[in-house]
Write a protein that binds this ligand. Structure first.
Ligand code: 5BU
Length: 474
């Protein structure tokens, strides 16, 4: 029997054993739905189980090698077992409840770091169950980049998974399953259309586990970036192997330039407060740009724009500093609303430019609330071409892997200054709080030997990042 015939046979069997039902049903959360799936019943039908495992094998495993297979608990567990036995491929088992016990292993079985694991699932709606399994596997250092499913409900799961670097293949899409059932007179064309329309209108929200973004390496994140500065910065970090942003909070232009001569090779980004320099001239900008080119770093002017669009546009492109001419990116508050982002977007003179929007601050007692942070992130989503990322303190603040988390308030020891600045350690901000680029000011510029201190920061921060993307977080 050819694969297509087998698929047809499976579709009809699923219908006959009531694993898929059409009519009017209520979902768990009280919404009416014209279609209902319960693939848990397949365990009572060995022929159906057999057919599913043969088809999954032909689709996903025949021409491919993977070190392990892992079923998403619970429905897919017996299917994964059959495939494992049939193909003599090792199986891993993910515990769903281990988290609450704390110490128990989440992934059972024998494996090595870097081993590849194919995930198996029955039905995908939003993809969130698959992502939970992916995340647990990646935490153990396993490569989890492919999933094979029986049915894709076509409600956004495939896209959600792709954003998280997981490719999904399915035996059927919902449309294909319905076509087969209509063709075989199991359901009418009309109820088939109803179902397709219903599914189109009820798309799953974009969802990803909160730590997904931070498990991806910078070179991969560059592929997701929509702002050209974010793309460049991810690429610089990956090639120079540094995620250190030096905040050159010095008031003499010669001191800044002298320091950058020596530490330029160790940083990905240099952050300025141009209005604190006492001997500012245009020559300073010329030299700064030369150094940026020689050492391949970007420049962030930490101007924290916070006015109406028209004023911001003037502040950005006119006046003594003409920031838009030389700074690759700037910081801005979301407080005045979208006009400010429109202004910055329209004032770039055709140059590649970016904005880090302030979603949180590091200082004690700042007035930013959770609501404010969430609204800021939503506002940024409307301007993907200009937003480089967020200045923020927590990994939960945003999910988009193409945006950069810039985190200030970092020193080797956690402490505070006398004016409310709060310092966390590199370990904490990178491994726990999700920082992508770490801003260090006085930790380096006020050190006895700023150059050797910069190297210590660079090495420590990079080590933490490597630990994070290797998946070994504990
Ligand atoms: P420090 O010397 O490492 O404390 O300098 C931190 C820099 O980051 C300094 O230039 C601040 O203006 C900047 N910063 C900050 O510390 N906290 C924030 O929340 C934001 C910016 Br936004």
């Amino acid at each position: 029997m050819g694969t297509n015939n087998k698929l047809e046979e499976l579709a009809i069997s699923l219908y006959n054993i009531d694993a898929v039902k059409f009519g009017e049903f209520m979902t768990k959360i009280g919404i009416k739905t014209p279609v209902y799936f319960d693939l848990r019943v397949i365990v009572s039908y060995p022929d159906v189980m057999d057919l599913i495992s043969v088809l999954l094998y032909e689709y996903a495993l025949k021409d491919k090698k993977c070190d392990h297979v892992c079923g998403v608990p619970y429905t897919a567990l017996p299917i994964a077992t059959l495939i494992s036995v049939k193909t003599k491929t090792s199986m891993l088992m993910r515990r769903k409840e281990a988290k609450s016990y704390g110490t128990k292993k989440v992934i059972e079985g024998h494996y090595k770091q870097g081993d590849s694991c194919l995930i198996i699932e029955d039905v995908v709606t939003s993809g969130s169950s698959v992502l939970e399994t992916v995340t647990d596997l990646r935490k153990e250092g396993l490569k989890a980049e492919e999933v094979i499913v029986i049915l894709d409900r076509e409600q956004g799961g495939k896209q959600n998974l792709a954003v998280n670097n997981v490719q999904m293949k399915s035996l059927f899409t919902m449309t294909e399953l319905i076509d087969i059932l209509v063709k075989n007179n199991k359901i009418t064309e009309e109820s088939g259309k109803d179902v397709i329309n219903y599914l189109k209108n009820v798309q799953a929200p974009q969802s990803a586990p909160e730590f997904e973004r931070i498990l991806l390496p910078y070179e991969k994140r560059a592929e997701f970036a929509t702002n050209s500065i974010a793309k460049q910065l991810f690429t610089i970090m990956a090639t120079k192997k540094t995620n250190l942003c030096l905040s050159v909070d010095l008031t003499s232009s010669t001191k800044i330039l002298d320091l950058l001569e020596k530490v330029g090779e160790h940083v990905c980004l240099v952050k300025t407060h141009i209005d604190i320099i006492e001997d500012f001239t245009n020559d300073f900008i010329v030299r700064l740009k030369q150094l940026a080119q020689t050492f391949n770093f970007l420049i962030l002017e930490d101007r924290k724009y916070a006015d109406i669009g028209n004023t911001v546009s003037l502040q950005y492109s006119k006046g003594l500093y003409q920031v838009g001419e030389w700074a690759d990116c700037v910081t801005a508050h979301s407080l005045p609303g979208e006009g400010l982002l429109k202004a910055l977007n329209n004032s770039n003179n055709g140059l590649s430019r970016g904005v880090f929007l302030l979603a949180e601050m590091s200082s004690e007692g700042n007035l930013i609330t959770k609501d404010y942070t969430e609204t800021t992130v939503k506002m940024a989503a409307k301007y993907p071409e200009i937003i480089t990322g967020f200045v923020c303190q927590k990994k939960e603040t945003f999910k988009d892997p193409g945006l950069i988390q810039l985190t200030p308030g970092v020193q080797l020891e956690s402490s505070k200054d006398e004016l409310g600045q709060v310092y966390n350690t590199p370990e904490k901000v990178i491994l726990e709080n999700g920082a992508d680029v770490v801003v260090v000011g006085r930790g380096i510029v006020a050190a006895k030997s700023p150059v050797s201190e910069a190297i210590i920061y660079k090495d420590t921060l990079w080590r933490c990042y490597m630990k994070r993307v290797s998946g070994k977080m504990e």
